[in-house]
Design a protein around this ligand. Sequence first.
Ligand code: XMP
Length: 543
Amino acid sequence: TILVLDFGSQTSHLILRRLRSLGVFAELLPCTTKIADLTWKPKGIVFSGGPASVYDEHSPHVDPAVFDLNVPILGICYGCQEIAWRVNPKNVARGETREYGHADVKITKVNSNVDRLFAGLGEEVPVFMSHYDKLVTLPEGFVVVGATDHSEYAGIAHQEKPIFGVQFHPELEHTPCGTDILRNFSIDICGAQANWVMGDFVQLEIARIRELVGDRALVLGAVSGGVDSTVAAALMRAAIGDRFKAILIDTGCMRLNECEEVKQTLGKHLEINLTVVDAGELFMSRLAGVSDPEKKRKIIGSTFIDLFEEEAIKIEKAAENTPNTGKVEWFLQGTLYPDVIESLSWRGPSATIKTHHNVGGLPERMMKGVSRSTPRMFNPFFCTNVHGPSSKGCVLLFKDEVRAIGRQLGIHEDLVNRHPFPGPGIAIRILGDVTQERVEIARKADHIFISMIKEAGLYNQISQAFAGLDTNRSVGVFGDQRVWGYIVILRAVQTKDFMSADIFDFDNAFLKNVSRTICNQVDGVSRVVYDLTSKPPGTIELE
Ligand code: XMP
């Protein structure tokens, strides 16, 4: 196992993801972890990136004892600066400009010992940079193994010890050779074994659920029809059968015909009897006049929980006379790690991007399960490690892994490949306050866009697509009439991890056709635009 010490970068977990794709198991622990508290010896350690500056007074630092473990170390971005700063604080300073985006690293051949990190990569490789601070002098004992136009020390290696640093981000998709670098580090330099198989997850997880939930408790889970909550529900159903109760809360902000379709699919393919709670009016009344996205999410989150708690009481009552059945002790949450990481600053230095309603929007008592009567949250994708040697790390599954589990559980391909849909639904796809009229317009436009994508055979090439609404109005001309209508924003992205995304390149003729169809068929729309912003700097949802 490789230990990844997390300095709070938004992409720290992608280091795990890349290592796992190589079959190497890794655990993520906070950067301040005391080495004396480790109950296992890692084969190697990666220091992640992070948003702080190493030279600031309150910045996070590793326990110096990591260097005494005598295992290979790789520092990435902040992690590389941490290595240099430890040698001499003067080695790191703010650069003249921020270096963000693509750069080419020229690889310097030194000797077979220090060249191991970049072995097999050729003379120049494209990488992704994202930093302001940089190494301004070469730390004593190190040599340069890679440089870019702006970073003289983009890759460094200790002359004798297996300590390496890179200023760029090998964990990002935008660094195509990133996997090779992490393979060189973990397998060749650290000697880690490539024996992690995803296949074990289902059995281990079912066993873990059974042990945790016991043989009487009920579990209540919200299902949205998205792949994450469906796979979580299927796992739970496989583990505890009918003691798992699934509900779908109709927020009034779902896609066209969604609730009915989800109910049918779950019943038919997974034998899950879904209760649909029709709460559109309640959500609409609580959202009236609210335009701040974070407030919207908080309102939706707390309304979800209110309804959940009401349902839990009803379910317990209904099960009172069923033998060997207890109370609702758990709420099932099928949220992926990228959503969690953007929602919570649980790791100290990382920044909160959005409070996803089903993570950060939840009342504190839910997250902690403070009293016996408050059901606790259970998330199979963000669980205490059952595979690695420590009990503190996390497994942290990603969308493609959840899809693979879905297939193992026999979930229908259409459902497995479904684009994600956020819990707050159309409410966070309307820029500004949400009204029934606006939801209807966005919903119809979305249905047209997605249907046309499907007809064109493009659905599975796109990771997520939708139509949202700008509630500013724009002047248009229909027939001889002046109209003052809403602006529909089309968005379609390609991504593996949903942490970074590229826009999908449609043919112009296709987009023109979508625009024409929406303007003709959806009253109240005078203009259709296609969003060309990648993530970063944009996010996938509009809010
Ligand atoms: P962003 O907009 O953060 O989206 O780039 C990344 C992924 O997260 C989904 N998302 C949400 N999911 N509740 C959810 O359940 C939310 O509040 C929320 N906000 C964003 C988004 O659809 C995308 O798949």
